[in-house]
Each structure stands twice: as structure tokens, then as C-alpha cells.
Design a binder for this molecule. Structure first.
Ligand SMILES: CCCCCCCCCCCCCCCCCCC/C=C/C(=O)SCCNC(=O)CCNC(=O)[C@H](O)C(C)(C)COP(=O)(O)OP(=O)(O)OC[C@H]1O[C@@H](n2cnc3c(N)ncnc32)[C@H](O)[C@@H]1OP(=O)(O)O
Ligand SMILES: Cc1cc2nc3c(=O)[nH]c(=O)nc-3n(C[C@H](O)[C@H](O)[C@H](O)COP(=O)(O)OP(=O)(O)OC[C@H]3O[C@@H](n4cnc5c(N)ncnc54)[C@H](O)[C@@H]3O)c2cc1C
Length: 664
């Protein structure tokens, strides 16, 4: 039934103002207006069609992406879209492309690591897309271990140039997006060598392809690294391989904000910390956290709408069957993911603030908050991407068999999303960075140095090591102070336990390796505390709209108590709560699911996603799932003919053979 809203009765049950919730989700009324307008612009433009992606060959897929990015750029310039509008357009076009790396890493790398003159020279070209760049750090042999990169940049004082060279096979650049077939330029990371001395890894701008005919410049070998996980999915991106054979670049193409090489070949370290060479990764990790809430909310929107449409069992006397969303098991899998999507949204907002703050401080030569910014971006990137990747897969299962169809939108979403657990830092490697930061914080507690920011709670370590959870009734778990104390005590106790265990090792680095699994768990506990505490902080703000704050309180409590339930072992082992209190938390969680149930559809409507963006038959706004699912099946290329190609060659002879055998 076209035009009928099959989810209307669900929508009428909502106990809050959805339009106001849309504002909270978008971040502001202005952000909602921009987002809503641009999403409709993209959805109504046939050039941005994406429903045929999974049936295209790699070459078709890639060319299709080139066409779309050219069209997107044309629309951006014709309509004179602002940076905010252009970035929303990219979001709703919903297709990974070389432009992500150009805008998301190449430009930020130059901005963060270039001198004033370098910004003036390169940024105008990049902004107008007169050059296209990528970020070439990872090599075949080393990704996580950036200090282990092998590409060299040797200074030649005779010609005032660097010679960029790939000395081994494993030094081949491997993975950079946009490198394979498109980029004309790259920021590459290489070991700086002067007079035979190695000054470590630095960034350099290198031209790769001719601006006339796009052919690789002399000494450069470049290509695509091949098909990746999933049909369609990330295969729109030309992740590439790159080798240098003594390629010469002028000295002023080394990014020289952090360190400089003079005309005489003298290495000069400026007063900014060397870690700023890693600055682009901090920036991107922060954007990845914000993006996690988008990917998870999208999967949750599909699974929630479909769960309200889908009915199985429970029919009494020929009446309607039960909506699967009414099963407690479905709620206990789905609603924590819904709550996580909101939680990640708010922690992403906060992280953006933190990043802006640290950037302003760096400009004023205040480097004091850099370690915390690194730990927070690394840890939250790890936490949110792992939870989102798992969450998308859970949403697929929540949709039963139909979730496995590409037309559900979930397989492609998963395939595009899952590398986020690896790129911009493998999630375990990043948690170990957080653990180092925590161990340093604990070791300094005795020295009188007061921990600040997200580790401020460690300053109350004596109290947190001894406190007893005050919960006596299930409702006590609704108090933010109770939740916060439980999460702070768990995190502090896990970190302190690791720090104490480390003292058993004569060599601290050896101890760190031996205890690394425990250390990552302590890091997760700390990061979960950050997410919970930022959700609670958000609720202290003035949030207008009928029932909006109440719904967010329910979601915040679901998020926290779900984590507590999932990591019960930590809370019990560290003695933060008793088994009785754990069971009360579970009772409270069940009650919260019941409160969320009537609002579930409205809570996903608040994401304001168009059907085009969702790209899912199961997640349609109108809930008209079955006729569309049926229609979609007939569009498959296999159904172009009634009798399949190959019948004469393979099926018929087999059937005939069986017939002959049967007659014998
Ligand atoms: C059509 C037109 C459209 C127009 C508009 C469009 C707009 C479009 C916008 C799109 C945006 C899209 C966003 C981008 C998309 C993303 C796509 C993803 C592509 C993927 C890219 C990549 O993967 S790039 C490669 C990433 N690589 C890594 O992450 C490597 C991981 N490894 C490391 O980071 C490090 O090596 C390490 C941290 C693990 C270890 O380093 P090292 O051995 O040097 O460190 P130590 O452990 O010894 O630490 C030393 C010291 O430094 C501190 N530290 C480490 N890292 C940092 C850091 N980043 N910042 C600050 N400090 C750091 C560390 O804590 C130590 O400190 P101490 O005090 O000494 O303890
Ligand atoms: C889709 C995609 C796009 C990418 N785009 C880019 C790009 O544009 N530019 C770019 O430069 N790079 C890019 N990369 C590369 C990416 O950044 C690296 O793959 C990533 O940093 C992980 O490094 P690795 O591959 O060396 O993993 P490895 O470090 O080899 O990881 C292998 C395993 O070892 C474990 N491990 C490694 N070190 C430790 C340790 N110290 N302790 C415990 N366990 C450890 C890891 O947890 C993992 O399980 C991209 C990668 C992908 C998948």
C-alpha cells in the first residue's frame, strides 16, 4: 500500500517532541536546517543514485564514484555551498572516495605541519582542487609502528633537494586512499637523513603524477592494491601502492612547522613537540568518533523500524502476531545500541570541543593538554568504532534473514564501516596508548601532581579505592551520582591494579607487554567512564521540548546500566558493587526498556535520515517493507532472464545425464 504510513500508530505513541529531539541530535537548529536541506538535495538528484552499487564491477564502481565526485564538486561550486554544507553533502552522498583523503587528511596535514609560507603556497591549490592529495604514511611492512617506516628522504646539499627513496619492498607505501588512481600529490612520511644521520619520521609533499596527462612522474611506481572486503562497499576507494626510485623534491617541500632543515643541511628542532608530526591522526580520530554515531544510528534506525513491522508468533484466536520489537530479548539487544548511538553523538560533540581547544592552545604554544587530547581521541576512536562495528552486525541479526540481503542496507554498511577498527590506528594499539597515559597518571599521583581533565577523578583515588556503592533499591541506579561513582571506582581500581602489578617487573617495558591484555581492559573502563560522564553532563544542559530531556535520561541510564551488565565481571571483581546490586541494576534495566519501547520509532525518526540515505528496504520511513522487498528482488540482474545464462552448458546436460542414469 503506497502512501500509507505503516508505522503511524507507533509514531502516535511517542511521549516527546520529535522535532525538538532532531535539534538535539543535529547539535543546533541551524545544523538541523542545513542537514535536512542538503539531505533532500542529494536524495532528489538522480546522479547520486546508489541502489545499484553492489552489482557493479570494480571498474564500473570506481568510474561511478569519479562521476559522482565530479558532480558533487560541480554542485558545491554552482550552489556556492559553505564548508559545512559541502561536508553534509559528502555525508549524504554516502560513498567513500578520494576526496575524503584530500579534504580529510592531505589538507589537514599541510595545515597542521606546514609553515606559513607552505600554507600559502599549497592550500589555495588544494582548496580549488587544482591538485588532489592523499596521506601516504603506512607501508607494506609497517602501519602501527610509525617509527619503523623505511622510506627515506635524504638531503642533498649540492642541489638543495631531498631524495625520496623506497629501499626495500616492505618500504612500499601501501593503503593510502586516493593514491591508487587519482592523487596528483601526497603528503608522504619518510625518515629524514642528513649526512648519514637519521632524524626520524617527517612529512614531505611529493608530486606523483603529471598535471598534463596524469602519468606517474619519473621514478614513481603507483597503482591500486586490489579488491577489499564486501561487494560495493569500500571498493569505491582506490587504496594504493607507491614506490620511489630516488625521486628528487625541493627542500621547501618538507613540512617544516615541527622541524626544519636549513640550506646548509642543519637540522633544527622548533619548540613545538615532535608528536605534532602525528597531529593529523589526532584530528581524524576525532572525526571518526563523531562518525561512529552516524553509522550506528543508521543501522539502529533500520533495525528498529523493521522490528516494529515484523511480527512472529503470539497470535491468539487468529489475531495479529506479536511485533518482534515487543520481545524483551529484542529490546535488550536493540535499545542499548539505540542508547549508544546517542551516547556517541554527545561524546563526539565534546571531543570536537576538546580538539578545538587543544588546537587553539597549540597555536599559543601551550602544549599542556596534548597528551590528554591524544589519549582521548585514541581511546574514544577505539571504543566507539569497535562498538559500532559490532552494533551494525547485531542490527543485521536483529533483522533476521532479511538483514542478510543487500537490499536491507546492512551488509554494505558493515563492510564500509568495519575497517574503521583498523585505520587511523588499530584499536588495540590505540587502547595501549591510553593505558600508557593512565599508568603515567597513576605513577604521578604520589608526586603531588593533580590529575586534570578526564583523569581528574584519579585525584580522589583514596576515596574511590574504598567507597561502597549505596544502591539498595533498583531506582537508586537512576541517580547520576551513583552511576558515576561506580564507573569511576571501577576504572580507578583497574588502573591501580595494573600499576601495582607492573611494579612486580624489574623492566617496566617487559611488564607492560606481559600485562597488555589487562591494560587494554583498564583503558576500556576509563573510556567508558568518559562516555557515560559526558552523557550525564549533556543532561545538565537546558534541553527544551516536551519530554525530550526525559527520553535522553532514559537512554543515558540504559547506556550506563547496559555497560555495567556487560562488564559485570569488572565491577564485581573490583568490589565496586555487590551481586545483589548487580541484580537490582538488571531489574532497573528491564524497566528502562519498557519505558523506551513506546518511543523507539520516534527516537530513530529524530536522526532525520531520508530513505535515500538509509538505502534500506527494511528501514523505510513508511514501514512498507514487504511489497518493496518483493519488488527489489526482481531487480536483481539474475532475474533479467527467466532461464539463466549457463542453463544450456551446465544445467541441461546434468539433468539429461540424471535422466539417462534413471532409465538404465
Ligand atoms: C566532493 C567534494 C567534497 C568536499 C567536502 C568534503 C569534506 C569531506 C571531509 C571528509 C572527512 C573524512 C575524514 C577522513 C576519512 C578517514 C578515512 C580513513 C583513512 C585512513 C587513514 C589512515 O589510516 S592514516 C594512517 C594512520 N596510522 C596510524 O594511526 C598509526 C598508528 N600508530 C601511531 O599512532 C603511533 O605510531 C603510536 C602512537 C602507536 C606509537 O608511536 P611511537 O612509537 O612514536 O610512540 P610512543 O608510544 O613511543 O609514544 C611517544 C610519545 O608520543 C605520544 N604520542 C603518540 N602519538 C601521539 C599523537 N598522535 N599525538 C600526541 N602524542 C602522541 C605518546 O603518548 C608518547 O608520549 P609520552 O609522554 O612519551 O608517553
Ligand atoms: C580501509 C583502509 C584505509 C586506509 N587508509 C590509509 C591511508 O589513507 N593512509 C595511510 O597511511 N594508511 C592507511 N591505512 C592503513 C592503516 O592506518 C593501518 O592498516 C593501521 O594503522 C593498522 O596498522 P597495520 O596494518 O600495520 O596493523 P598491524 O600493526 O600489523 O596489526 C596486526 C595485528 O597486530 C596487533 N598489534 C600490532 N602492534 C601491537 C602492539 N604493539 N601490541 C599489541 N598488539 C599489536 C594489532 O592489534 C593487530 O591485531 C588504511 C587501512 C585500511 C584498512
Amino acid at each position: 500500500m503506497e502512501g500509507v504510513d505503516h508505522l503511524a500508530s507507533e509514531r502516535s505513541r511517542a511521549q516527546f517532541d520529535v522535532e525538538e529531539m532532531k535539534v538535539v541530535w543535529a547539535g543546533s537548529r541551524h545544523a538541523l536546517e542545513v542537514s535536512d536541506r542538503i539531505s533532500r538535495l542529494v536524495a532528489s538528484d538522480p546522479a547520486f543514485r546508489k541502489d545499484n552499487r553492489t552489482s557493479l564491477s570494480r571498474k564500473e564502481l570506481f568510474k561511478n564514484t569519479l562521476r559522482k565526485t565530479a558532480h558533487a564538486w560541480k554542485r558545491i561550486t554552482e550552489l556556492r555551498l559553505s564548508e559545512e554544507e559541502a561536508s553534509r553533502l559528502r555525508f549524504y552522498v554516502d560513498e567513500p572516495a578520494f576526496t575524503d583523503l584530500h579534504w580529510g587528511m592531505f589538507i589537514p596535514a599541510i595545515k597542521g605541519q606546514g609553515t606559513e609560507e607552505q600554507l600559502q603556497k599549497w592550500l589555495p591549490l588544494a582548496y580549488k582542487m587544482q591538485i588532489i592529495g592523499c596521506y601516504a604514511q603506512t607501508e607494506l611492512g609497517h602501519g602501527s609502528n610509525v617509527q619503523g617506516l623505511e622510506t627515506t628522504a635524504t638531503f642533498d646539499p649540492q642541489t638543495d633537494e631531498f631524495i625520496i627513496h623506497s629501499p626495500t619492498l616492505t618500504s612500499s607505501k601501501w593503503w593510502p586512499g586516493g593514491l591508487g588512481k587519482v592523487s596528483t600529490h601526497a603528503v608522504i612520511y619518510a625518515r629524514l637523513i642528513i649526512d648519514g644521520k637519521d632524524y626520524g619520521v617527517n612529512g614531505f609533499i611529493v608530486q606523483l603524477r603529471s598535471m598534463d596527462d596524469h602519468l606517474p612522474l619519473p621514478g614513481i611506481t603507483v597503482g591500486d592494491i586490489g579488491m577489499k572486503f564486501g561487494s560495493g562497499a569500500y571498493n569505491t576507494m582506490d587504496n594504493g601502492v607507491l614506490r620511489f626510485d630516488h625521486v628528487r623534491i625541493p627542500r621547501d617541500q618538507m613540512l617544516m612547522r615541527v622541524s626544519q632543515v636549513t640550506r646548509e643541511g642543519k637540522f633544527v628542532q622548533s619548540n613545538v613537540p615532535r608528536q605534532l608530526v602525528y597531529g593529523t591522526m589526532v584530528y581524524v580520530r576525532q572525526t571518526i568518533v563523531a562518525d561512529a554515531s552516524c553509522a550506528l544510528s543508521r543501522a539502529v534506525c533500520i533495525a528498529t523500524r523493521y522490528s516494529a513491522v515484523r511480527r512472529q508468533f503470539g497470535s491468539q484466536n487468529g489475531g495479529v502476531e506479536t511485533q518482534v520489537i515487543d520481545y524483551k530479548t529484542q529490546q535488550s539487544r536493540l535499545f542499548p545500541l539505540l542508547a549508544s548511538a546517542y551516547a556517541f553523538r554527545f561524546v563526539g560533540e565534546w571531543l570536537k570541543w576538546l580538539y578545538t581547544d587543544v588546537t587553539q592552545r597549540l597555536q599559543a604554544n601551550d602544549f599542556s593538554t596534548l597528551p590528554e587530547a591524544h589519549a582521548c581521541t585514541a581511546g574514544l576512536k577505539s571504543l566507539t568504532t569497535s562498538a559500532t562495528a559490532d552494533g551494525i552486525e547485531e542490527c543485521r541479526k536483529l533483522c533476521g534473514g532479511h538483514g542478510y540481503l543487500c537490499s536491507s542496507g546492512l551488509p554494505e554498511l558493515f563492510a564500509v564501516y568495519v575497517p574503521a577498527c583498523t585505520y587511523e590506528g588499530d584499536n588495540i594499539v590505540l587502547l595501549l596508548q591510553v593505558a600508557r597515559f593512565l599508568m603515567k597518571t597513576v605513577s604521578q599521583l604520589g608526586s603531588g601532581k593533580k590529575p586534570v581533565g578526564t583523569t581528574a577523578y584519579m585525584g580522589r583515588v583514596d576515596q574511590l579505592m574504598q567507597c561502597h556503592c549505596a544502591v539498595q533499591r533498583a531506582e537508586d541506579w537512576l541517580k547520576p551520582s551513583v552511576i558515576l561513582e561506580a564507573f569511576e571506582a571501577r576504572s580507578a581500581r583497574m588502573s591501580v591494579a595494573c600499576a601495582q602489578n607492573l611494579t612486580n617487573f624489574a623492566n617496566p617495558e617487559e611488564g607492560f607487554l606481559e600485562l597488555s591484555a589487562d591494560l587494554t581492559e583498564a583503558a576500556v573502563a576509563h573510556c567508558q567512564l568518559i562516555v557515560v560522564s559526558k552523557f550525564i553532563e549533556k543532561l545538565k544542559q537546558d534541553i527544551p521540548g516536551k519530554g525530550v530531556k526525559e527520553q535522553l535520561e532514559i537512554l543515558c541510564n540504559i547506556y550506563a546500566l547496559f555497560l555495567l551488565h556487560k562488564h559485570l565481571g569488572d565491577f564485581l571483581k573490583t568490589g565496586c558493587i555487590s551481586p545483589k546490586q548487580a541484580s537490582l541494576a538488571n531489574d532497573q534495566l528491564r524497566s528502562l526498556y519498557s519505558q523506551a519501547r513506546p518511543n523507539a520509532i520516534a527516537l530513530v525518526d529524530a536522526f532525520d535520515y531520508t530513505d535515500h540515505f538509509l538505502g534500506s528496504v527494511l528501514g523505510r520511513y513508511d514501514g512498507n517493507v514487504y511489497p518493496k522487498l518483493y519488488e527489489e528482488a526482481w531487480k536483481d540482474p539474475l532475474n533479467d532472464s527467466v532461464v539463466p545464462d549457463g542453463y544450456q552448458e551446465y544445467i541441461r546436460p546434468m539433468l539429461k545425464q540424471q535422466l539417462r542414469n534413471a532409465r538404465l
